[in-house]
Design a protein around this ligand. Structure first.
Ligand code: GDP
Ligand code: IMO
Ligand code: MG
Length: 420
């Protein structure tokens, strides 16, 4: 068997949580491979909304194992809270959530460093979620990090203190006041909590599961345009959000990747700083934000909104080797007379459909305007009921990108999902 991968093709928040939940009945194992609690993945069913940050989105389906892979960074405090927020005391989650020993730990001082670094950047701040993601991955690549497997080692406290002291020294160079007494206590309580979970060599577990014909779905976090290598650097996150990240974040060989499900909103959003060529500052942008309830699931910040950008989408499809496209939040466009799609960029008078080295203010999107469908899609049950204008919109995207759109999402609920 192979591992199917589901990942975001834009700047995150495409609806990954919803679709992983929808697809989970087809899989034995769901596994996160990168990122950390900067992610906020929303699932909705039976009129209840759940937001997950570290726990894979397979958690609400029976008979599924959920693995937090080695590429993930974990804040034990947030993990503990997530478990309580699931509000299922009758379920023993220690039996269905396994954690890689090689996943790195977010320390209280990582979060302080994140905040201090952002403050020092002033106007050019990244707009980080302040969950300590950047500093934790810095310690991982700097070979200073603490891993989940260290929790059960004899000298865990010593290792913790060594890293904490390093952070305190670093913090001296910032003019930033902080007090970690309470958060440190809370962190150690959460370490005791997380200890009850199975710490595994997830690379062995996953490869053995494949040999035993188990089906596995890898759940991405963030999106391709936030990837540390291929995103809009430096306004990115600190992990490889792209398909290759599933190989390093789980310990699977590239030839073990199966289908790559690339998900995108029928328009674009971005939360945090950084370039966004199709961003709208007019009433259309406001309408997308209001209709789409575009506020961050992790930080509550308003998401910036704009039209769909096919230059960026094509680039993301190329980097990830996407085999199927899933279009999300299509219903948000229900009430537009016309809808624009960017097919190229005008960069200082030169037209190109190649995603450039750097996105900046000199880039003006070249738009095609399509007719809107002016239909309530939220009650639609099959693709046969799609209005002609929606079929045209989908065909326009498929023709440009060269990959079929296999799922069209028409509302936040599990059931508002149409296969094509
Ligand atoms: P993720 O980070 O990719 O999992 O996405 P988020 O959960 O951060 O943001 C997606 C938001 O859109 C959530 O509030 C979802 O409930 C919601 N959502 C997902 N699919 C649809 C859809 O097709 N239509 C509408 N209106 N909302 C959707
Ligand atoms: P999901 O998985 C949207 C953004 C932040 C910031 C930048 C760096 O829910 O799609 P970080 O905290 O990683 O240092 O922030 O990345 N960002 C996200 N934006 N969805 C996410 O996750 C995000 N995770 C990080 O807003 O601009
Ligand atoms: Mg999100």
């Amino acid at each position: 068997m192979k591992v199917d991968v589901l990942l975001g093709l834009q700047w995150g928040d495409e609806g990954k949580g919803k679709i992983v939940d929808v697809l989970t009945p087809n899989y034995n194992i769901i596994t996160r491979f990168q990122g950390g609690p900067n992610a906020g993945h929303t699932l909705e069913f039976n009129n209840i909304k759940h937001v997950l940050h570290t726990i894979p989105s397979g958690i609400f389906r029976e008979n599924t194992i959920n693995i937090i892979g080695n590429g993930v960074v974990i804040d034990p405090v947030i993990f503990k809270k997530e478990i309580f927020d699931l509000q299922k005391p009758e379920i023993d989650f220690t039996k269905i959530i396994y954690i890689s020993k090689k996943a790195h730990l977010i320390l209280p001082t990582h979060k302080i460093l994140d905040a201090a670094s952002e403050k020092a950047k002033g106007k050019s701040k990244i707009g980080s979620t302040l969950k300590g993601i950047g500093p934790t991955y810095m310690d991982k690549t700097g070979r200073n990090g603490l891993r989940i497997g260290d929790i059960i080692s004899e000298n865990f406290i010593e290792k913790y203190n060594t890293l904490k002291q390093k952070h305190l020294k670093l913090l001296k160079q910032y003019n930033f006041s902080f007090d970690i007494t309470d958060t440190e206590n809370e962190w150690f309580e959460a370490i005791d909590f997380i200890k009850k979970y199975k710490f595994i060599d997830s690379e062995n577990f996953i490869n053995k599961s494949l040999s035993n014909n188990k089906t596995i779905l890898a759940e991405g976090a963030q999106g391709t345009l936030l990837d540390i290598d291929f995103g809009t650097y430096p306004f990115v996150t600190s992990s490889n959000t792209v398909c290759a990240g599933a190989c390093t974040g789980l310990g699977i060989a590239p030839n073990k990747i199966g289908e790559v499900f690339g998900i995108f909103k029928a328009y674009c959003t971005r939360v945090g700083s950084g370039p966004f060529p199709t961003e709208l500052f007019d009433e259309n942008g406001k309408k997308l934000q209001d209709t789409g309830h575009e506020f961050g699931a992790t930080t509550g910040r308003a998401r910036r909104c704009g039209w769909l950008d096919l230059v960026a989408l094509k680039y993301a499809v190329m980097i990830n080797g996407v085999t199927q496209l899933y279009m999300m939040k299509t219903d948000v466009l229900d009430d537009f007379d016309t809808i624009k799609i960017a097919t190229a960029y005008n960069i200082n008078g030169k037209i190109t459909d190649i995603f450039p080295y750097e996105l900046n203010d000199n880039i003006k999107p070249v738009y095609t305007e399509l007719k809107g469908w002016k239909t309530d899609l939220t009650k639609i049950n099959s693709a046969n009921e799609f209005p002609e204008e929606l079929n045209n919109y989908i065909k326009f995207i498929e023709d440009n990108v060269g990959v079929p759109v296999k799922i069209v999402s028409v509302g936040p609920d599990r059931n508002q999902t149409i296969n094509r």
